[in-house]
Each structure stands twice: as C-alpha cells, then as structure tokens.
Design a protein around this ligand. Structure first.
Ligand code: SME
Length: 153
C-alpha cells in the first residue's frame, strides 16, 4: 500500500481543525493520533515525548506499545537524534529496531521541534504492510509536526 491512497488533504485539514485554538498537549496529540489512525495501512500511530533524556510513550492509537525508548535507540531514537524523518521499508532489516508488536512491517518516524528548533518528541507510524511509506507520507507528517509546533510549543 502506497501513500497515493491516503487522503492527506482531508487529514491535514482535520488536524488543523481539531488543534485550532487548543493549547493542551495531551488533547492535541490524542486527536492528531485519532485522525491519522483513519488512514489506510496505519496500524499504530502515536507520540514519544522527551522526558529526562529518554523518549516516553504519549497519546497513541493502536495496540499496546513499548513505554520507554533510549535516545539513539530504535527507529524513534534514531529519528530524534538525527533530527530528521526516518522511513524504514522493512523493520526486520533496520538494525536496532524495537519490536513493540510483531505485526509491524514498516515504519516512519518524524521528529517534532519546539519553536527554538530543538526536538521534543517524535511522531511514529507503523504499518502491518511492508514498504508502506514514501516521501508523500513524510511531507504530510512533517506538516503535521509543524502544525503541532505552531499550536503547542
Ligand atoms: N518500532 C519503534 C518502537 C515504537 S513502536 O513501533 C510503537 C522503534 O524502533 O523505535
């Protein structure tokens, strides 16, 4: 499944709508997770937030997940440390991938920055299909991250 089937125009419009005028972090991350979870092939969607030098599970939609990820570890820790989006077409081929759920086959992780440009969390999406993410997904999820920076951080 490729991003062509995902209606990001509608999803981004909904994300702008649900976050507009709302400054509560938990409320916004929960609703953004819910909007993104409606997209085809999105098996798990959620956030890991920087807390005392590790990434800690925040609002998400999907099965139970790992709660803490050391910086630099897994796809999430790598994207955070590199300060850039990481697309993993096959999680089994990514050294250090943290398997929270055996069904996950591919993954995309996008860092979210505060207004001063420091990373403060990551947006993580897993698919139960291989090779589910491309640059179109990256662009839309990076736009989601920018919306969160503008409303929250
Ligand atoms: N696979 C991630 C861990 C988080 S779960 O996918 C929800 C990683 O390697 O960082």
């Amino acid at each position: 499944m490729k991003s062509a089937v995902r209606d990001y125009e509608t999803a981004l419009s909904q994300i702008r709508g649900v976050t507009a005028g709302e400054t509560d972090l938990t409320a916004n991350l929960a609703n953004v997770s819910a909007v993104l979870k409606t997209l085809p092939g999105f098996f798990w969607v959620g956030f890991y937030l920087l807390k005392e030098e590790e990434l800690v599970l925040g609002p998400f939609q999907g099965p139970v997940a790992c709660t803490r990820i050391p910086l630099g570890k897994g796809v999430c820790g790598s994207a955070f440390e590199r300060r850039e989006t990481v697309i993993v077409p096959d999680v089994h081929a990514f050294p250090g991938h943290l398997a929270c759920n055996a069904a996950s086959q591919s993954e995309i992780v996008v860092p979210v920055f505060d207004r001063s440009g420091s990373p403060v969390m990551v947006l993580d999406v897993d698919s139960d299909l291989p090779n589910a993410f491309c640059e179109t997904d990256a662009a839309a999820l990076e736009e989601t991250a920018r919306i969160l920076t503008a409303v929250l951080l």
